[in-house]
Design a protein around this ligand. Structure first.
Ligand SMILES: Nc1ncnc2c1ncn2[C@@H]1O[C@H](COP(=O)(O)OP(=O)(O)O)[C@@H](O)[C@H]1O
Ligand SMILES: [Mg+2]
Length: 239
């Protein structure tokens, strides 16, 4: 799949109208977004083309989600779009950019999407949660909105998750942004799952246990069998 940076905003905005895929966001940082991104590949790559994209990465020296997804998802080159903002400091994007003497421009980030993008199903991973700032006036949720992809919200399964998940859903819905579902990570907790589905009026599409030995094989084994068993993400993915 040929991918090049779009030269003009007009071109990219036409593309986002027809982009398929999901924007993987979370209730927090380190909640499991990257592992879930890799699991999507094991579950769906046999039936449709997928492409992972991390538009904004902070702490790049110790934390390279693109490399992690490449390894855990056993991705080939055409399944990875390795462009975007890459910042050294492991802090919020707005601060990491400021410390690097730069500013993240949402139009520039969204503009990386090219004409080739319409062919793949984009698995876009955010940084932090939906209200993580990316500059003085914009938040991660503005990027979700600009890309017009439904959000897949990754949440912990443990105590506190109901509040965090409902707050994140409320923020997304306040802007009328579609939500494809919730993935819960950690020891399965049926009470928390039921509460999120009930109060959040949302489906929990998977409960990911903490794999004792997280490898591409163990994730593939779980992902192929247990991730989105009911195929609810299919409505957001093209063939
Ligand atoms: N299902 C899982 N099994 C085992 N380890 C996991 C699982 N999900 C996440 N982790 C671990 O938890 C940490 C945070 O996960 P990660 O996916 O990087 O979170 P995020 O992308 O939200 O920052 C990583 O060390 C990752 O390997
Ligand atoms: Mg991540």
């Amino acid at each position: 799949m040929p991918i090049r940076a779009s030269e003009e905003r007009g071109g990219s905005s036409a593309i986002v109208d027809i982009m398929k895929g999901v924007f993987i966001t979370g209730t927090d940082t380190s909640v499991g977004k990257t592992v879930v991104s890799a699991a999507v590949f094991h579950r769906y790559r046999s039936t449709r083309p997928l492409c992972y994209w991390k538009p904004i990465q902070t702490g790049i020296e110790s934390d390279d989600d693109t490399a992690t997804v490449r390894a855990l998802g056993q991705c080939c080159d055409s399944e990875i779009f390795d462009r975007g903002v890459r910042l050294r400091m492991p802090v919020s994007p707005h601060l990491a950019a400021r410390l690097a003497g730069t500013t993240i421009r949402l139009d520039d980030v969204a503009g990386l999407i090219s004409a080739g993008s319409a062919k793949a199903n984009w698995i876009v991973e955010g940084a932090g949660g939906v209200l993580a700032p990316i500059n003085d006036s914009q938040l991660m949720i503005d990027l979700i909105e600009a890309l017009r992809l439904p959000a897949l919200l990754v949440a912990r399964s443990s105590l506190g998750t109901i509040n965090h998940t409902l707050l994140s859903l409320e923020a997304l819905r306040r802007r009328s942004l579609p939500v494809a579902g919730v993935v819960m990570v950690g020891e399965p907790n049926s009470e928390n799952r039921d509460a999120i589905e009930h109060y959040g009026e949302i489906r929990v599409i998977a409960e990911a246990p903490m794999l004792g030995n997280l490898t591409a094989s163990s994730l593939a084994f779980w992902g192929r069998d247990q991730f989105d068993k009911n195929g609810l993400l299919m409505e957001h993915l093209g063939g």
